[in-house]
Design a protein around this ligand. Structure first.
Ligand SMILES: Nc1ncnc2c1ncn2[C@@H]1O[C@H](COP(=O)(O)OP(=O)(O)OP(=O)(O)O)[C@@H](O)[C@H]1O
Ligand SMILES: [Mg+2]
Length: 245
């Protein structure tokens, strides 16, 4: 039965979709059947990230209006055979937590991981959807505003009884850590109050590959971080080595 992982953040643009794509890619490469469900309505991007622009004929709308079953609407990613994506509609559509639970339930036996890419922002719809997941990945960057929003979001999850949270610090660079902006990564972990599962470097190779729809190059530091986080998600004890440039 699939483990459902919700990827979320208080602030927009923290790298949720990029992280869903990166983790989906490395989990699939490690042999795990993985589905990414994109809930960023009206702002579809996974198709571009996986080089599938113009090839998506079915999306979440087809499932929501009952035209397609999830497995028929999901598209297999050419660059990773174990990975499928269920793209967000290009137009604004509403969805509720029950529908997402139903969608996950209907395909749980076909996948080992279901990753949900939530839209940005703290609103009740996001909370209701995210708290149905087995694990919540809270994403922040080393930016004080972003850290504040991640803290508020995570506190709200704790208040609602969601203890299963892990923190990812994204877009980390030597320029920022140790600067006036943020003294040390520990400061972020203490502020947010969530156990760290990984640190992803600010890596132009990553944004270049997701922007052009090409596989992340093997010498990308971000790819290494995704690989380690994917293993930790499966319970492997992988040392946390932070390689940033
Ligand atoms: N580790 C990284 N290194 C370099 N660039 C990154 C990294 N992570 C994300 N980015 C870039 O940051 C931008 C925002 O990323 P992304 O779209 O994944 O954020 P998001 O949280 O999904 O945004 P939204 O809240 O709008 O859904 C993109 O241009 C992406 O390429
Ligand atoms: Mg996004």
């Amino acid at each position: 039965m699939a483990k459902v992982i919700a990827v979320t953040s208080g602030k927009g643009g923290t790298g949720k979709s990029t992280i869903c794509a990166g983790l989906g890619y490395t989990l699939a490469k490690q042999g795990h059947r993985t589905l990414i469900i994109e809930l960023d309505f009206g702002l579809r991007c996974l198709d571009i990230m996986f080089g599938m622009e113009g090839q998506i004929k079915t999306d979440l709308t087809d499932v929501l209006n009952g035209k397609k079953k999830v497995l028929d609407a999901a598209c297999q990613v050419p660059m990773a055979s174990n990975l499928s994506i269920l793209c967000a509609p290009k137009t604004l559509t509403t969805v509720n937590a029950e529908q997402i639970v139903e969608i996950c339930q209907s395909v749980k036996k076909y996948f080992e991981y279901i990753i949900i890419d939530t839209g940005a922002g703290i609103n009740s719809r996001v909370f209701e959807i995210v708290e149905q997941a087995n694990l919540i990945l809270v994403i922040t960057t080393p930016d004080p505003v972003c850290i504040r929003d991640a803290t508020l979001m995570s506190d709200e999850f704790y208040n609602r009884g969601n203890k299963s949270q892990r923190l990812i610090i994204n877009k980390v660079s030597k320029k920022v850590v140790g600067s006036k902006l943020i003294s040390h990564l520990d400061q972020i972990i203490d502020d947010v109050g969530v156990q760290l599962i990984g640190v992803i470097p600010d890596d132009f190779k990553l944004s270049l590959s997701t922007g052009t729809g090409e596989p992340i190059p093997t010498d990308s530091l971000a790819l290494r971080a995704f690989d380690s986080i994917s293993k930790r998600l499966g319970g492997e004890l992988v040392p946390l080595s932070v390689k940033i440039s």
